[in-house]
Write a protein that binds this ligand. Structure first.
Ligand code: NAP
Length: 309
């Protein structure tokens, strides 16, 4: 019987593993199919992790985290967890290979992944001018023009954020009405250096070996093609929360989630189910930053130790 099963090996899961084992829990397993480190290992430049004097890659930032945790006894099981159920205070966990585990407590730290919009050049230039994180990458385009693709709360909030750093922001949306909250739209409309480019489809992001040079959009009304000369393109077309293991046989989730499938937690990272915690990008109101996910993981572990005690 595991004291704690941590599902996911990104910053939240690893930090929870560190705090849980260093805090005295003996039988803690982190389930992560691939190499621990999480999504951030795909980022080429990180300069906002506190205490980091140099700009480092996500891979370098995360390099020592697993070893640090393992020193205190965290075990890593390379298995993808497909289902979690609860019976009589015990969690039953099943892996993709059919192997089953029992645990007294579970931390969900599987995160979420930004959706791709599906236009030409998107994969080619991802990380070389195309980004899904304005807080992480906006600073690289200080004083330059950028484009934001999407029409939801994320796109509009991030367009306003980028407008403070960049000389101009093109807000590119496939319709002429937005999904975002009216107050957010109002704020955007009063931001002078945002130009709305609506009712268009993105035909292509183009560039060369140095990265993105711009994007081509096509008017849905006239078919006219326009080129936006931006070295940065930010895509916010929704996120997929990696909550599949929480799905029960009847289609409901093991714990309460919001409409977007994000797990509802309190300030101790407790879910609506006793002994089940969630940390990092899978939870509601996540800031989607490594430092925040790590903080969540530590908070969850401290409270799991208290719960098991
Ligand atoms: P979202 O609300 O699902 O919006 C996605 C946007 O991307 C939509 O405008 C959609 O266009 C567009 N889109 C989708 N696929 C596309 C494609 N292939 N090509 C071009 N455009 C595409 O996603 P979100 O903005 O990430 O928000 C997710 C949830 O979090 C929402 O419930 C949102 O309210 C919430 N949220 C809240 C806050 C806040 O309260 N401060 C902040 C951020 C997010 P259509 O409109 O035409 O479908």
């Amino acid at each position: 019987m595991l004291d704690l099963a941590i599902i996911g090996g990104g910053p939240a899961g690893l930090t929870a593993g560190l705090y849980a084992t260093r805090g005295g829990l003996k039988n803690v397993v982190m389930f992560e199919m691939g190499m621990p480190g999480g999504q951030i290992t795909g980022s080429s430049e990180i300069e906002n992790y506190p205490g980091q004097a140099e700009i480092v890659s996500g891979m370098d930032l995360m390099a020592n985290w697993p070893e640090q945790c393992q020193r205190f006894g965290l075990k890593h099981e390379m298995n993808q967890i497909t289902s979690i159920t609860k019976n009589n205070d015990i969690f039953n966990i099943t892996g993709v290979d059919g192997k089953t585990y029992e645990a007294k407590s579970v931390l969900m730290a599987t995160g979420s992944v930004p959706r791709r919009a599906g236009f030409k050049g998107e994969n080619e230039f991802f990380g070389r001018g195309i980004s899904t994180c304005a807080t992480c990458d906006g600073f690289f385009y200080k004083g330059k023009e950028v484009a934001v693709v999407g029409g939801g709360d994320s796109a509009i909030e991030e367009a306003v954020y980028l407008a403070k750093l960049c000389s101009k922001v093109y807000l590119v949306h496939r319709r002429d009405t937005y999904r975002a909250a009216p107050s957010t739209i109002e704020h955007m409309k009063h931001t002078k250096n945002i130009e709305e480019v609506t009712n268009v489809t993105v035909e292509e992001v183009f560039g060369d070996t140095s990265g993105v040079l711009g994007l081509r959009v096509k008017s849905k009304e006239t078919g006219e093609i326009r080129e936006l000369p931006t070295p940065g393109v930010f895509i916010f077309v929704g996120r997929d929360v990696l909550n599949a293991p929480l799905k029960q046989e009847d289609g409901s989730f093991l714990c309460d989630t919001n409409e977007a499938g994000e797990v509802i937690v309190d300030l101790k990272m407790r879910t609506s189910v006793k002994g089940l915690y969630a940390a990092g990008d899978i939870r509601i109101d996540a800031s989607k930053q490594v430092v925040c996910a790590a903080g969540d993981g530590a908070t969850a572990a401290v409270n799991i130790i208290e719960y098991l005690g």
